[in-house]
Design a protein around this ligand. Sequence first.
Ligand code: E4P
Length: 218
Amino acid sequence: MKFFIDSANIDDIRALADLGIVDGITSNPTLIAQTGRPFFKVMEEICALIQGPVSAEVTAIEAEQMVQEGLVLHKIAPNIVIKVPSTPQGIKACKMLHDQGIKVNVTLCFSALQALIAAKAGATFISPFIGRLDDINQDGMALIDDIVQIYGNYPEYSTEILAASIRHPYHVLLAAKAGADIITVPPKILWQLFQHPLTDKGLSQFLDDWKKTGQSIL
Ligand code: E4P
């Protein structure tokens, strides 16, 4: 499973990239707004830090404008992926960008049929939003199950399932069990994945006992 960070905060991204487990980044207009910084500058900095796919979202509504914005964003760095919404115009833009050899992440996916159409339009990634479905009392993880099953029926589709809108570590566990190709995780939740009280307790005991031996490895 690939791990993307769902953030535009350069300090948060740098701290996690340092661990060597970050495969890519997703951003959206809300995450950019939270930084309070210029969009292009932020994306340039992220792309300089992360070698894998970095999603940057268009803000146009019509396909032709989305493609124009996508072409501008694509110039930021070779690893930029253009994020378009799961709308008819977004799917049209996805196909147009795909035909130009540009990678596309179809976002705001809330149904398996939207995911099917995105794959047909050549999306590199489909982003089902788990947490936002859970928020309205629907089973977000069932959407991942459905997309995994549907994409499995059509090997000609190469679209990767990027589980998004992740709210807690249990979402990560369930998405991995369901077979999502990628998960995009807010920094705070990614740090939580490391935590277990028995790890802390066990390490503390090992270090105490090692100290008693008076030895050192280096
Ligand atoms: C994905 O690409 C989105 O940026 C993100 O996962 C949305 O998450 P939210 O529902 O917590 O805003």
